[in-house]
Ligand binder design. Structure first.
Ligand code: PLP
Length: 369
């Protein structure tokens, strides 16, 4: 039988002895990024931080975020929420619509151990949550998701949201707590336009929250903003919390989206072939590194002319000849997007000062809902 975990026995070893490909977390860089997020969101903006775990997944990271000051975490799936509850996290926002009666009942059962607020955007969906809550004899806390411009899920701001809020507040088994909006559509804009678009999106959210209060509906939670937007959104008066998560790692996408954090998550590979002085083949391809939102970038190899990822190979064409890189040498990559890269791995090697401090498993990585 093959070993189930390539690096589970690597604690105490230097990075260079890891089996490759390996997902590596520079824990000191992670801690610096967390400090920045806590200091801005909680310190400067004076609101709660509820980091999204969809791209972090390891429960150890959720526990650390809470220890650093987060009110709880945001999750994308019931499975992620179950893992977080198992790890002792007590306050969770499931920022997605959970559909299907069996899955909704799993969400309902979690309420016995923690508060798991669920997003909803339609009367039909509220009905699913209500059925599950009644069947499990619990109350499910809900917030309404507004479409603040992204064109994904979400009820329209203003009176359609207030009308749905009134339905939610009288639906048996549910407790309406407020609103959320995810302004993901503004990521692509240049800084000036992004500021304008953030203002419009956040205005739609907080003005609808004001209409909720006028209608006697609760707005304990007014939640928004990700790692590529919180710097322009989090200071909006009326917001109560920020969902930014992936900024604890940072990557080339977050950098492109204006986040100046340290790169904490990398992929360690080894050179397996040198067909010519400008070509380097490494033992990590698209099953190891994602090209969603852009290619990863190899560090310390000079200018890269092209990078092609096949299943198990990274095929690097260098701009200049390099005769020092040899078969067996390490090449480390910064991910194009950490969210779509981390979920390709079973485990994360945690390094401090170049030594493996821990190896964490990555639950729910296969997209299990
Ligand atoms: C609902 C929701 N909130 C927040 C985010 C931002 O997450 P992150 O900060 O990890 O980029 C996303 C990302 O896609 C999202 O879907």
């Amino acid at each position: 039988m093959p070993a189930t975990s390539a690096n589970s026995q690597s604690i105490g070893l230097p990075k260079a002895e890891l089996e490759t490909p390996a997902l590596c977390l520079d824990i000191a860089a992670y801690e610096r990024n967390v400090k920045r997020m806590v200091s801005y969101i909680i310190g400067e903006c004076g609101i709660h931080w509820r980091p999204h775990m969809k791209g972090q997944k390891a429960t150890e990271l959720a526990v650390r975020a809470v220890q650093a000051g987060a009110i709880g975490v945001t999750c994308a799936t019931v499975y992620e929420a179950e893992a977080m509850v198992d790890a002792g996290v007590k306050d969770i926002l499931l920022a997605n619509q959970v559909a299907g009666d069996r899955k909704a009942r799993r969400l309902a059962r979690l309420q016995r151990e923690a508060t798991v607020i669920s997003a909803s955007d339609s009367a039909a969906h509220l009905e699913i949550l209500s059925r599950a809550a009644i069947a499990e004899n619990v109350t499910i806390p809900v917030i309404l998701e507004l479409d603040v411009g992204m064109g994904r899920c979400g009820v329209a701001a203003g009176s359609p949201a207030v009308e749905l809020g009134q339905i939610a507040s009288r639906t048996p088994g549910l407790e309406l707590l407020g609103l959320m909006g995810w302004e993901g559509h503004i990521l692509k804009y240049d800084p000036e336009e992004k500021q304008r678009q953030a203002q419009a999106a956040m205005q739609a959210l907080v003005e609808t929250a004001a209409q909720f209060r006028k209608a006697g509906l609760r707005t304990d939670v007014v939640s928004a903003a990700g790692s590529g937007t919180f710097l322009v959104s989090a200071s909006t008066p009326g917001l109560t919390e920020v969902q930014a998560g992936g900024g604890v790692f940072s990557d080339l996408s977050y950098q492109k989206w204006g986040l100046d954090h340290d790169f904490a998550l990398t992929i360690l590979t080894r050179v397996v072939s040198r067909p010519s002085s400008t070509r380097v083949l490494v033992d990590g391809g698209f099953k190891t590194m994602s090209y969603c939102h852009g290619n990863p970038q190899p560090l310390g190899v000079g200018e890269v002319k092209s990078l092609v990822l096949s299943a198990e190979h990274g095929n690097i064409e260098l701009a200049e000849p390099n005769d020092t890189l040899r078969v067996g040498d390490l090449v480390e990559f910064v991910p194009g997007y950490t969210d779509s890269t981390l979920c390709l791995h079973d485990e994360m090697c945690v390094l401090r000062d170049g030594i493996v401090e821990a190896v964490w498993s990555i639950p729910g990585r296969s997209g299990r809902r």
